[in-house]
Design a protein around this ligand. Structure first.
Ligand code: ZN
Length: 497
């Protein structure tokens, strides 16, 4: 090992430690912190973030990276160097001034969003969004791109994927999905009553604790807690935390949120420990991360074999509420699709319709085809075109998600990319694991997890997500595996008359 390499590793360890402190502050804020601590916490986090950024863009770091390029390297060092170079170049291209202004303006915009949504008043957010959009366009120019500014933003969340590729994937998906959604929703009645009964939140939480362990989440190296918005965070090796939200009127929401987050958490627990502080020790993209959560939530936990395992377990804990529900009713109930206004509670079938028009809208904003003041109206038109519903209030329309107020443009498509990846992965796993269905029926997921560990988790960031999925899937990524899966599942669940 060279002296230059050792110095780089030492610096990366220090950065990891700073980031671990930031993450722990974030987890604490979302789960435990008294709300009055918010302002001081925001300042402490900003200080640590600025320190970490300054340490990373330090010219000495650049000199070390240049120095390493001259040396003969192992494959692993080579892979790290490539990622490090990419990250460093991006970080130094954006002027400090712009980084600071973006942090300030998005902080104010987010604050405005928290006021605008309950007041159902877009004008509270509008001036902040206008400013934020200008700054994000400048950021895209600074970062550089091949074809259009949106490429630069997308690359921050899904490295290696271009706007044109995502656009064509969405088009292919919509072509297949829209007729399927129309056909299925014609045959769906009302959701069953038991879904909306009252379920004691403490018993829900106890059930979720049991379930995440059953799915092999290692509780000796992690925790499950409660937060209003479920999330997973990797503080450091041996410390992966996830949350869910028990809602007294919606048992299955907390259960499926816990399974979703377990998918993220299993990925984090399966990353190569020996590369913990290095770029190749992390997941390659948000889409890749989301592929894991969606696979466990939908393909596994909403499958017929697994719901057959889940129901008796729930009946044991909620005999009064759910004792009379049959396996058929349960399976249909947890897969009940409907047109709704809200993305985060949308079902598996309609979810990607919500995402696709957000992508179209943000793309139009960055292509200069849409202005911020026209955004609420354009949103309502899109909602009506894609889901056949028109929101009565901007609170259920353009203001429902916080992403844009935090400047996270280019983030939304990763939800759908993740869903597309998950279908490719699950189709391969099913083909290679002939006993999988029988295992799922008895609640055993060990061989599936081993398969994911081998094909995805243990690889860390040796490949961009796109390359990894193409390797596993044996060809270019298309939405077809997802469409095949949805067609097979929903035509069996809701056959047309
Ligand atoms: Zn997720």
């Amino acid at each position: 090992m060279s002296a230059t390499w050792d110095q780089i590793v030492e610096r990366l360890r220090e950065l990891s430690d700073l980031v671990a402190a930031i993450k722990l502050m974030h987890w604490d804020q979302a789960t435990m912190m008294p709300p009055a601590g918010g302002a001081a916490r925001a300042r402490a986090q900003a200080t640590l973030q600025a320190t970490a950024h300054a340490r990373f863009v330090d010219p000495e770091m650049g000199a070390l990276i240049d120095g390493l390029s001259e040396e003969s390297l192992s494959n692993e060092q080579e892979a790290n160097l490539r990622l490090l170079r990419r990250e460093y170049d991006k970080a130094v291209r954006v002027p400090q001034e712009l980084v600071r202004e973006l942090a300030e303006v998005s902080g104010r915009a987010y604050q405005a969003w928290t006021e605008a949504r309950p007041a159902a008043d877009f004008s509270v957010l509008e001036p902040h969004m206008v400013r934020l959009l200008e700054l994000k366009k400048r950021e895209a120019e600074a970062l550089g791109y091949e074809k259009e500014p949106y490429d630069a933003l997308l690359d921050q969340y899904e490295p290696g994927m271009t706007t044109a590729e995502v656009e064509s994937m969405f088009q292919g998906l919509l072509r297949g999905l829209k007729p399927l959604v129309d056909e299925v929703l014609d045959n769906v009645g009302d959701p069953p009553g038991w879904l909306g009964d009252r379920y004691d939140p403490d018993r829900q939480m106890a059930f979720c604790q049991w379930l995440v362990s059953q799915l092999n989440f290692d509780v000796s190296e992690g925790r499950l807690d409660i937060s209003p918005h479920p999330f997973t965070i990797h503080i450091g090796p041996g410390d992966v935390r996830q949350t869910t939200r028990p809602d007294p009127d919606n048992l299955m929401m907390s259960v499926y949120a816990a399974v979703h987050e377990t998918g993220h958490a299993l990925y984090e627990q399966g990353l190569p420990r020996e590369w913990a502080d290095l770029p190749i020790g992390s997941p390659p993209s948000l889409g890749m991360h989301e592929s894991q959560s969606r696979l466990w939530e939908n393909q596994v936990a909403r499958s017929r074999p697994f719901t057959d395992f889940l129901l008796p377990q729930l009946k044991e804990r909620f005999p009064e509420e759910i004792g009379m529900v049959s396996p058929d009713e349960f399976y249909r109930g947890v897969n009940h699709p409907q047109r709704t206004l809200i993305r985060v509670t949308a079902d598996e079938l309609t979810y990607n319709l919500h995402v696709s028009f957000r992508f179209e809208l943000e793309l139009a904003l960055f292509r200069g085809e849409l202005s911020v003041p026209d955004l609420p109206g354009a949103w309502d038109d899109m909602m009506s075109e894609h889901l056949g519903l028109r929101p009565d209030s901007v609170a259920d329309g353009v203001l429902q998600d916080m992403h844009w107020s935090t400047g996270s443009f280019g983030y939304f498509p990763t939800y759908t990319l993740g869903t597309i990846y998950s279908a490719v992965l699950f189709a391969q796993a099913t083909a290679q694991l002939p006993g999988l269905k029988a295992e799922l029926r008895s609640g055993v997921t060990d061989s599936l997890l081993d398969w994911l560990r081998e094909n995805v988790h243990s690889l860390g960031y040796q490949h961009d997500a796109k390359d990894l999925i193409e390797r596993v899937g044996g060809g270019p990524i298309t939405p077809e595996p997802l469409l095949d899966y949805l067609r097979a599942k929903y035509s069996e669940l809701y056959p047309s008359a």
